[in-house]
Design a protein around this ligand. Structure first.
Ligand SMILES: *Cc1c(COP(=O)(O)O)cnc(C)c1O
Length: 372
Protein backbone atom coordinates (compact mmCIF):
# COMPACT_ATOMS: atom_id res chain seq x y z
CA UNK A 1 0.00 0.00 0.00
CA UNK A 2 1.34 3.45 -0.83
CA UNK A 3 1.77 5.87 2.03
CA UNK A 4 -1.74 7.12 2.83
CA UNK A 5 -1.61 10.69 1.62
CA UNK A 6 -3.27 12.23 -1.39
CA UNK A 7 -4.08 15.59 -2.91
CA UNK A 8 -7.37 15.91 -4.75
CA UNK A 9 -8.10 18.54 -7.40
CA UNK A 10 -11.74 19.35 -8.05
CA UNK A 11 -11.98 20.64 -11.62
CA UNK A 12 -15.66 21.52 -11.24
CA UNK A 13 -14.71 23.82 -8.37
CA UNK A 14 -12.30 25.54 -10.76
CA UNK A 15 -15.11 26.04 -13.29
CA UNK A 16 -17.36 27.34 -10.54
CA UNK A 17 -14.76 29.83 -9.28
CA UNK A 18 -14.07 31.13 -12.78
CA UNK A 19 -17.79 31.65 -13.33
CA UNK A 20 -18.03 33.38 -9.95
CA UNK A 21 -15.27 35.83 -10.85
CA UNK A 22 -16.78 36.48 -14.26
CA UNK A 23 -20.07 37.32 -12.58
CA UNK A 24 -18.35 39.87 -10.34
CA UNK A 25 -16.78 41.67 -13.35
CA UNK A 26 -19.33 40.95 -16.08
CA UNK A 27 -17.94 43.27 -18.77
CA UNK A 28 -14.30 42.27 -18.39
CA UNK A 29 -12.23 39.68 -20.18
CA UNK A 30 -10.49 37.25 -17.85
CA UNK A 31 -6.87 36.19 -17.87
CA UNK A 32 -6.68 32.98 -15.85
CA UNK A 33 -3.35 33.33 -14.05
CA UNK A 34 -1.61 29.96 -14.16
CA UNK A 35 1.96 30.93 -13.22
CA UNK A 36 3.96 28.65 -10.95
CA UNK A 37 2.48 25.56 -12.56
CA UNK A 38 -1.03 26.85 -11.94
CA UNK A 39 -0.29 27.77 -8.30
CA UNK A 40 0.94 24.23 -7.68
CA UNK A 41 -2.09 22.52 -9.24
CA UNK A 42 -0.41 21.65 -12.57
CA UNK A 43 -1.00 23.28 -15.96
CA UNK A 44 -2.23 20.01 -17.46
CA UNK A 45 -4.65 19.44 -14.59
CA UNK A 46 -6.27 22.87 -14.64
CA UNK A 47 -6.46 23.42 -18.39
CA UNK A 48 -9.88 21.84 -18.95
CA UNK A 49 -11.38 23.60 -15.94
CA UNK A 50 -10.21 27.01 -17.16
CA UNK A 51 -11.04 26.71 -20.86
CA UNK A 52 -13.81 29.27 -20.43
CA UNK A 53 -11.22 31.94 -19.63
CA UNK A 54 -10.40 34.49 -22.32
CA UNK A 55 -6.68 33.92 -21.99
CA UNK A 56 -3.95 32.48 -19.80
CA UNK A 57 -1.33 34.56 -18.00
CA UNK A 58 1.94 33.11 -16.73
CA UNK A 59 5.70 33.72 -16.54
CA UNK A 60 7.49 30.69 -17.96
CA UNK A 61 7.91 29.96 -21.65
CA UNK A 62 7.77 26.24 -20.92
CA UNK A 63 4.29 26.66 -19.44
CA UNK A 64 3.16 28.73 -22.44
CA UNK A 65 4.49 26.04 -24.73
CA UNK A 66 2.59 23.40 -22.77
CA UNK A 67 -0.68 25.33 -23.19
CA UNK A 68 -0.13 25.46 -26.95
CA UNK A 69 0.55 21.70 -26.96
CA UNK A 70 -2.70 21.17 -25.07
CA UNK A 71 -4.47 22.94 -27.92
CA UNK A 72 -5.00 26.46 -26.56
CA UNK A 73 -5.03 28.88 -29.48
CA UNK A 74 -6.30 31.93 -27.64
CA UNK A 75 -4.25 34.66 -25.97
CA UNK A 76 -1.36 33.86 -23.64
CA UNK A 77 0.32 36.70 -21.73
CA UNK A 78 3.84 36.59 -20.28
CA UNK A 79 3.45 38.63 -17.09
CA UNK A 80 7.15 39.47 -16.76
CA UNK A 81 7.81 39.63 -20.49
CA UNK A 82 11.12 38.65 -22.04
CA UNK A 83 14.21 37.98 -19.92
CA UNK A 84 16.55 37.97 -22.91
CA UNK A 85 16.33 38.72 -26.64
CA UNK A 86 15.95 35.07 -27.58
CA UNK A 87 12.71 34.84 -25.59
CA UNK A 88 11.11 37.09 -28.19
CA UNK A 89 11.69 34.45 -30.86
CA UNK A 90 9.60 32.08 -28.78
CA UNK A 91 6.97 34.78 -28.40
CA UNK A 92 6.81 35.10 -32.18
CA UNK A 93 6.74 31.33 -32.68
CA UNK A 94 4.08 30.65 -30.02
CA UNK A 95 2.16 33.89 -30.65
CA UNK A 96 2.54 35.09 -27.06
CA UNK A 97 1.55 38.52 -25.85
CA UNK A 98 4.03 39.95 -23.41
CA UNK A 99 4.49 42.59 -20.78
CA UNK A 100 7.06 45.34 -21.29
CA UNK A 101 8.16 46.80 -17.97
CA UNK A 102 11.63 48.20 -18.70
CA UNK A 103 13.74 50.10 -21.24
CA UNK A 104 15.89 47.00 -21.61
CA UNK A 105 12.86 45.08 -22.90
CA UNK A 106 12.14 47.81 -25.45
CA UNK A 107 15.79 47.58 -26.58
CA UNK A 108 15.32 43.83 -27.10
CA UNK A 109 12.19 44.40 -29.16
CA UNK A 110 13.90 47.02 -31.29
CA UNK A 111 16.45 44.46 -32.54
CA UNK A 112 14.03 41.54 -32.74
CA UNK A 113 13.31 40.20 -36.23
CA UNK A 114 9.72 39.11 -36.67
CA UNK A 115 7.16 38.94 -39.46
CA UNK A 116 4.29 39.29 -37.06
CA UNK A 117 4.24 42.36 -34.80
CA UNK A 118 3.81 41.62 -31.09
CA UNK A 119 0.90 42.47 -28.84
CA UNK A 120 2.30 44.32 -25.82
CA UNK A 121 1.05 45.03 -22.29
CA UNK A 122 2.98 48.09 -21.14
CA UNK A 123 3.28 48.15 -17.37
CA UNK A 124 3.17 51.18 -15.10
CA UNK A 125 4.57 51.16 -11.59
CA UNK A 126 1.84 52.73 -9.46
CA UNK A 127 3.49 52.17 -6.08
CA UNK A 128 4.38 48.49 -5.86
CA UNK A 129 7.93 49.40 -6.88
CA UNK A 130 8.81 46.05 -8.36
CA UNK A 131 8.35 46.14 -12.15
CA UNK A 132 7.05 48.82 -14.47
CA UNK A 133 7.76 52.32 -15.69
CA UNK A 134 7.29 55.14 -13.22
CA UNK A 135 4.29 57.25 -14.28
CA UNK A 136 6.48 60.11 -15.53
CA UNK A 137 8.35 57.75 -17.90
CA UNK A 138 5.30 55.87 -19.13
CA UNK A 139 4.37 58.08 -22.06
CA UNK A 140 7.90 58.11 -23.44
CA UNK A 141 7.98 54.30 -23.24
CA UNK A 142 4.62 54.10 -25.01
CA UNK A 143 5.81 56.50 -27.75
CA UNK A 144 9.02 54.56 -28.26
CA UNK A 145 7.16 51.24 -28.47
CA UNK A 146 4.50 52.65 -30.75
CA UNK A 147 7.16 53.67 -33.27
CA UNK A 148 8.59 50.14 -33.53
CA UNK A 149 7.55 47.98 -36.50
CA UNK A 150 7.85 44.96 -34.17
CA UNK A 151 4.92 46.22 -32.10
CA UNK A 152 1.24 45.74 -32.81
CA UNK A 153 -1.36 46.93 -30.28
CA UNK A 154 -0.23 48.30 -26.92
CA UNK A 155 -2.37 47.64 -23.86
CA UNK A 156 -1.85 49.45 -20.59
CA UNK A 157 -1.49 47.68 -17.27
CA UNK A 158 -0.56 48.05 -13.64
CA UNK A 159 -0.52 45.78 -10.59
CA UNK A 160 -1.86 47.00 -7.24
CA UNK A 161 0.19 46.69 -4.07
CA UNK A 162 -2.81 46.99 -1.74
CA UNK A 163 -5.93 45.59 -3.40
CA UNK A 164 -6.38 43.16 -0.50
CA UNK A 165 -5.85 45.62 2.35
CA UNK A 166 -7.08 48.77 4.07
CA UNK A 167 -4.97 51.11 1.96
CA UNK A 168 -6.90 50.02 -1.11
CA UNK A 169 -6.36 50.99 -4.72
CA UNK A 170 -7.64 54.57 -4.98
CA UNK A 171 -4.23 56.25 -5.02
CA UNK A 172 -2.81 53.81 -7.57
CA UNK A 173 -5.92 54.16 -9.74
CA UNK A 174 -5.67 57.93 -9.67
CA UNK A 175 -2.04 57.84 -10.79
CA UNK A 176 -2.81 55.35 -13.53
CA UNK A 177 -5.73 57.40 -14.82
CA UNK A 178 -3.76 60.66 -14.72
CA UNK A 179 -0.86 59.33 -16.80
CA UNK A 180 -2.86 57.25 -19.29
CA UNK A 181 -6.08 59.20 -19.91
CA UNK A 182 -5.20 60.20 -23.47
CA UNK A 183 -3.44 56.97 -24.47
CA UNK A 184 -5.45 54.49 -26.48
CA UNK A 185 -5.38 50.75 -25.82
CA UNK A 186 -7.03 48.16 -23.60
CA UNK A 187 -6.50 48.29 -19.85
CA UNK A 188 -5.61 45.53 -17.40
CA UNK A 189 -5.51 46.41 -13.72
CA UNK A 190 -7.03 43.91 -11.35
CA UNK A 191 -5.83 40.77 -9.61
CA UNK A 192 -8.29 38.61 -7.62
CA UNK A 193 -8.53 41.01 -4.70
CA UNK A 194 -9.19 44.05 -6.88
CA UNK A 195 -11.73 42.20 -9.04
CA UNK A 196 -13.68 40.82 -6.07
CA UNK A 197 -13.41 43.75 -3.65
CA UNK A 198 -13.49 46.66 -6.08
CA UNK A 199 -15.07 45.10 -9.17
CA UNK A 200 -18.17 47.27 -8.87
CA UNK A 201 -16.11 50.35 -9.74
CA UNK A 202 -16.18 50.70 -13.51
CA UNK A 203 -12.60 51.82 -13.97
CA UNK A 204 -11.32 48.84 -12.00
CA UNK A 205 -13.16 46.37 -14.18
CA UNK A 206 -11.31 47.82 -17.18
CA UNK A 207 -10.90 45.43 -20.12
CA UNK A 208 -8.92 42.50 -18.74
CA UNK A 209 -8.84 41.27 -15.16
CA UNK A 210 -6.08 38.94 -13.94
CA UNK A 211 -7.37 36.64 -11.21
CA UNK A 212 -5.13 33.91 -9.85
CA UNK A 213 -5.74 32.88 -6.26
CA UNK A 214 -9.54 33.15 -6.38
CA UNK A 215 -9.68 30.64 -9.24
CA UNK A 216 -8.15 28.07 -6.93
CA UNK A 217 -10.71 28.76 -4.21
CA UNK A 218 -8.62 30.71 -1.73
CA UNK A 219 -9.70 34.14 -0.51
CA UNK A 220 -7.44 37.02 -1.57
CA UNK A 221 -8.26 38.95 1.62
CA UNK A 222 -8.64 36.35 4.37
CA UNK A 223 -9.47 36.76 7.24
CA UNK A 224 -11.49 39.87 6.31
CA UNK A 225 -13.49 37.69 3.90
CA UNK A 226 -13.37 33.92 3.70
CA UNK A 227 -13.42 31.95 0.47
CA UNK A 228 -16.95 30.81 1.38
CA UNK A 229 -18.02 34.45 1.79
CA UNK A 230 -16.78 35.07 -1.78
CA UNK A 231 -18.70 31.92 -2.87
CA UNK A 232 -15.47 30.24 -3.92
CA UNK A 233 -14.96 26.48 -3.63
CA UNK A 234 -11.66 24.84 -2.70
CA UNK A 235 -9.94 23.24 -5.69
CA UNK A 236 -7.09 21.52 -3.85
CA UNK A 237 -7.69 19.23 -0.89
CA UNK A 238 -4.90 17.49 1.00
CA UNK A 239 -5.85 14.35 2.89
CA UNK A 240 -3.87 11.69 4.75
CA UNK A 241 -4.56 9.03 7.37
CA UNK A 242 -3.77 8.29 11.00
CA UNK A 243 -0.99 5.69 11.11
CA UNK A 244 -0.34 5.61 14.87
CA UNK A 245 -2.03 6.35 18.20
CA UNK A 246 -0.46 7.56 21.45
CA UNK A 247 -2.02 7.80 24.91
CA UNK A 248 -0.57 10.64 26.95
CA UNK A 249 -0.72 11.32 30.67
CA UNK A 250 -0.67 14.84 32.03
CA UNK A 251 2.94 16.02 31.78
CA UNK A 252 3.83 13.91 28.70
CA UNK A 253 5.06 15.76 25.64
CA UNK A 254 4.76 15.16 21.89
CA UNK A 255 7.30 15.48 19.10
CA UNK A 256 10.67 17.14 18.58
CA UNK A 257 11.67 19.62 21.23
CA UNK A 258 8.80 18.57 23.50
CA UNK A 259 7.07 21.82 22.64
CA UNK A 260 3.61 20.48 23.49
CA UNK A 261 3.00 19.17 26.99
CA UNK A 262 -0.34 17.55 27.86
CA UNK A 263 -2.17 19.06 30.84
CA UNK A 264 -4.55 16.10 31.02
CA UNK A 265 -4.82 12.56 29.69
CA UNK A 266 -4.97 12.79 25.89
CA UNK A 267 -5.29 10.58 22.86
CA UNK A 268 -3.07 11.60 19.96
CA UNK A 269 -3.25 10.53 16.31
CA UNK A 270 -0.05 10.39 14.25
CA UNK A 271 -0.73 11.53 10.68
CA UNK A 272 1.16 10.52 7.51
CA UNK A 273 1.89 14.07 6.40
CA UNK A 274 4.79 16.38 7.21
CA UNK A 275 6.70 19.32 5.86
CA UNK A 276 8.26 17.16 3.14
CA UNK A 277 4.73 16.89 1.75
CA UNK A 278 4.24 20.64 1.76
CA UNK A 279 2.51 21.06 5.10
CA UNK A 280 4.06 24.15 6.72
CA UNK A 281 6.55 23.41 9.51
CA UNK A 282 5.66 26.81 10.93
CA UNK A 283 2.11 25.63 11.80
CA UNK A 284 1.96 25.76 15.61
CA UNK A 285 0.01 23.56 18.03
CA UNK A 286 -3.64 24.48 17.66
CA UNK A 287 -3.71 24.67 13.87
CA UNK A 288 -7.12 23.48 12.62
CA UNK A 289 -7.20 20.02 11.06
CA UNK A 290 -10.01 17.57 10.26
CA UNK A 291 -10.32 13.94 11.41
CA UNK A 292 -13.13 11.91 9.83
CA UNK A 293 -14.70 15.19 8.79
CA UNK A 294 -14.64 16.65 12.31
CA UNK A 295 -12.56 19.67 13.21
CA UNK A 296 -9.76 19.35 15.79
CA UNK A 297 -6.22 20.72 16.27
CA UNK A 298 -2.61 19.81 15.72
CA UNK A 299 -0.33 19.34 18.73
CA UNK A 300 3.48 19.63 18.84
CA UNK A 301 5.92 20.31 16.03
CA UNK A 302 5.36 19.38 12.43
CA UNK A 303 8.12 16.97 11.44
CA UNK A 304 9.32 15.88 8.01
CA UNK A 305 6.89 13.01 7.50
CA UNK A 306 4.39 13.29 10.36
CA UNK A 307 2.04 15.55 12.26
CA UNK A 308 0.33 14.81 15.56
CA UNK A 309 -3.27 15.66 16.20
CA UNK A 310 -5.56 15.75 19.24
CA UNK A 311 -8.25 13.06 19.03
CA UNK A 312 -9.10 12.98 22.73
CA UNK A 313 -12.69 14.03 22.07
CA UNK A 314 -13.09 11.89 18.94
CA UNK A 315 -13.53 8.37 20.38
CA UNK A 316 -14.45 6.94 16.96
CA UNK A 317 -11.18 8.09 15.42
CA UNK A 318 -8.38 5.56 15.19
CA UNK A 319 -5.90 3.92 12.87
CA UNK A 320 -6.85 4.62 9.28
CA UNK A 321 -9.08 7.59 10.06
CA UNK A 322 -9.04 10.14 7.27
CA UNK A 323 -7.27 13.39 8.11
CA UNK A 324 -7.91 16.61 6.21
CA UNK A 325 -4.91 18.93 6.19
CA UNK A 326 -6.78 21.44 4.05
CA UNK A 327 -9.81 21.46 1.78
CA UNK A 328 -12.45 18.75 1.95
CA UNK A 329 -12.36 15.17 3.15
CA UNK A 330 -12.69 12.69 0.30
CA UNK A 331 -15.54 10.94 2.05
CA UNK A 332 -17.56 14.09 2.74
CA UNK A 333 -21.21 14.01 1.83
CA UNK A 334 -22.42 17.17 0.21
CA UNK A 335 -24.62 17.90 3.23
CA UNK A 336 -21.60 18.09 5.54
CA UNK A 337 -19.29 19.82 3.07
CA UNK A 338 -19.35 23.27 4.61
CA UNK A 339 -18.61 22.18 8.16
CA UNK A 340 -16.02 19.57 7.13
CA UNK A 341 -13.97 22.07 5.13
CA UNK A 342 -10.63 23.11 6.61
CA UNK A 343 -9.92 26.16 4.50
CA UNK A 344 -6.39 26.46 3.20
CA UNK A 345 -6.55 30.08 4.33
CA UNK A 346 -7.08 29.27 8.01
CA UNK A 347 -4.21 26.78 7.99
CA UNK A 348 -2.03 29.37 6.25
CA UNK A 349 -2.98 32.09 8.73
CA UNK A 350 -2.14 29.82 11.65
CA UNK A 351 1.24 29.10 10.06
CA UNK A 352 1.93 32.79 9.40
CA UNK A 353 1.63 32.57 5.64
CA UNK A 354 -0.95 32.71 2.84
CA UNK A 355 -2.92 30.11 0.90
CA UNK A 356 -0.78 30.89 -2.17
CA UNK A 357 2.35 29.53 -0.51
CA UNK A 358 0.70 26.32 0.68
CA UNK A 359 -0.74 25.52 -2.78
CA UNK A 360 2.51 26.32 -4.55
CA UNK A 361 4.42 24.20 -2.04
CA UNK A 362 2.56 20.93 -2.44
CA UNK A 363 5.37 18.41 -2.69
CA UNK A 364 5.95 16.26 -5.76
CA UNK A 365 5.92 13.14 -3.57
CA UNK A 366 2.20 13.60 -2.89
CA UNK A 367 0.05 11.66 -5.40
CA UNK A 368 -2.62 13.80 -7.05
CA UNK A 369 -6.11 12.62 -7.88
CA UNK A 370 -8.02 14.78 -10.36
CA UNK A 371 -11.84 14.86 -10.14
CA UNK A 372 -13.18 15.99 -13.50
C1 LIG B 1 0.19 36.72 -9.88
C2 LIG B 1 -0.33 37.90 -10.56
C3 LIG B 1 -1.72 38.12 -10.61
C4 LIG B 1 -2.73 37.25 -9.89
O1 LIG B 1 -2.78 37.64 -8.54
P1 LIG B 1 -3.82 36.94 -7.52
O2 LIG B 1 -3.59 37.66 -6.25
O3 LIG B 1 -3.40 35.51 -7.42
O4 LIG B 1 -5.15 37.11 -8.09
C5 LIG B 1 -2.18 39.21 -11.34
N1 LIG B 1 -1.32 40.04 -11.98
C6 LIG B 1 0.02 39.86 -11.94
C7 LIG B 1 0.90 40.81 -12.64
C8 LIG B 1 0.55 38.80 -11.22
O5 LIG B 1 1.87 38.62 -11.19
Amino acid sequence: MPRPIQATLDINALRHNLAQIKASVPDALVWAVVKANAYGHGIDQVFEGLRAADGFALLDLSEAERLRQLGWRGPILLLEGAFETRDLEHCSRLNLWHVVHSEAQIDMLAVHKTHQPHRIFLKMNTGMNRLGFVPQAFRAAWTRLNALPQVDEISLMTHFSDADGDKGIEAALRIFAEFTHDLSGERSLSNSAAALRHGKALNVRADWVRPGIALYGSSPDYPVNSAAAWHLKPVMSLNAAIIGIQHLQAGDSVGYGSTFVADRAMRIGVVACGYADGYPRSAPSGTPIGVDGVRTQTVGRVSMDMITVDITDLPQAGLGSEVTLWGLPQQASSASLESACISIDEVALSAGTVGYELMCGLSSRVPVNVLT
